[in-house]
Ligand binder design. Structure first.
Ligand SMILES: CSC[C@@H](O)[C@@H](O)C(=O)COP(=O)(O)O
Length: 351
């Protein structure tokens, strides 16, 4: 099990860096199979992001950073800088919504622009990607503390979560799932309800897998059961991650997050978003400006090739939605907490 700099266990890992290659745990095959794919170039990393071998906003950014380092490593000597630039452009095309991807590529572009030789680029890009990975883990640990503070420590609570925001989606430990882990470590967690998260099933295939492995009490539910869970008074908080947070505090996250925010407000249940500052996009004013990825209809019509619907039925498959700031009680970042983001937006913490 990987450890944080303070020696804390952080659960499972999504990627392993070896300097000249990146290993990615193939998240498409979980929980049936634990298979590590080897990427030895930026093109393979970009394809792995597009195909969701690796997914989750922070993990997408980190793996793209390693992809840039690989581009320098495997470039020919004649035009190594051109090859790195082309790799950055290719990686930027891999998925559109999680801003962590563009944030990470920007950082790597800055590093390479200060390198004079290919050897320097190989070494400095590799170090920069590792630093980005470590900083994400540190951010998750800090957010877990802030999240606990917001929830309070008077009595154990049950919470509901959506998608997968755990070690698999991040540099380790997790964002919303990091708060869950911290609650559990402090004996303040009764139970996590995990939405299965149709259509890709990040909740049942990944979140349930991570939590069962770490012996954290979890109950898996169909997405449609969330209202009944809230109406029965089973949960005190909804905890989710984010793919992009705009200046006014609107949040793009996995499709179905907006439904949960509406339900939580109706049932007077807290709604918390947990995301590192690499997910905050101050260049966009509101959630209306966020590009929302649409994926293939087959993701809804089939599961692993088995038809669930008529083969030719029309499908609407946006994989993210936007939750308005007005429905969010707290946005937790490693820089601190924005309470009632509708009032201040993100500028209290990000200028
Ligand atoms: C810490 S992960 C936060 C988000 O990236 C997560 O909730 C999510 O929506 C992931 O979507 P995915 O399509 O699986 O990449």
């Amino acid at each position: 099990m990987a450890k944080s700099s303070s020696g804390q266990a952080i659960g499972t890992v999504a990627m392993r860096w070896h300097g000249d290659r990146l290993e990615l745990l193939d998240q498409r095959l979980l929980p049936a199979e634990e298979h590590w794919l080897v990427a030895d170039g930026a093109a393979t990393v970009a394809q792995c992001i597009t195909d969701m071998v690796v997914r989750g906003a922070p993990a997408i950014g980190i793996s793209a950073a390693y992809g840039v380092a690989l581009a320098a490593h495997h470039a020919g000597t004649a035009d190594w800088r051109g090859e790195v630039d082309r790799a950055i452009r290719m990686l930027a095309e891999s998925r559109p919504t999680a801003v962590n991807l563009f944030w990470a590529l920007d950082k790597m572009q800055q590093v390479v622009s200060h390198c004079g030789t290919q050897d320097e680029a190989i070494s400095r890009l590799g170090q920069a990607a590792v630093r980005l990975h470590e900083e994400d883990l540190a951010a998750n640990l800090a957010m877990a503390d802030y999240g606990l503070e917001v929830i309070g420590t008077e009595k154990p609570v049950s919470v509901l979560t959506h998608c997968n925001t755990g070690a698999l989606a991040t540099g380790g430990y997790g964002t919303a799932l990091g708060v869950v882990r911290r609650l559990h470590e402090q004996q303040l967690l009764k139970r996590v309800y995990a939405d299965e998260t149709r259509p890709w099933l990040q909740g049942s295939r990944l979140t349930a897998w991570e939590l069962v492995r770490d012996q954290i009490p979890v109950t898996l539910n169909a997405d449609g059961a969330a209202a009944a869970i809230m109406a029965a008074g089973k949960v005190a908080w909804v905890l989710v991650g984010a793919d992009r947070i705009t200046a006014n505090g609107d949040v793009a996250n996995k499709i179905g997050t907006y439904n949960l925010a509406v339900l939580a407000r109706h049932h007077r249940i807290g709604f918390m978003v947990v995301a590192p500052s690499s997910t905050v996009d101050m260049s966009l004013e509101s959630g209306q400006d966020i590009p929302i990825e649409q994926r293939e209809g087959t993701e809804v019509r089939e599961i692993r090739g088995v038809p669930l619907a008529p083969v030719d039925v029309d499908v609407f498959n946006p994989v993210f939605d936007v939750t308005p700031a007005a429905l969010i009680d707290a946005i937790v970042t490693e820089k601190g907490v924005v309470r009632n983001p509708e009032i201040t937006g993100m500028k209290a913490l990000f200028t």
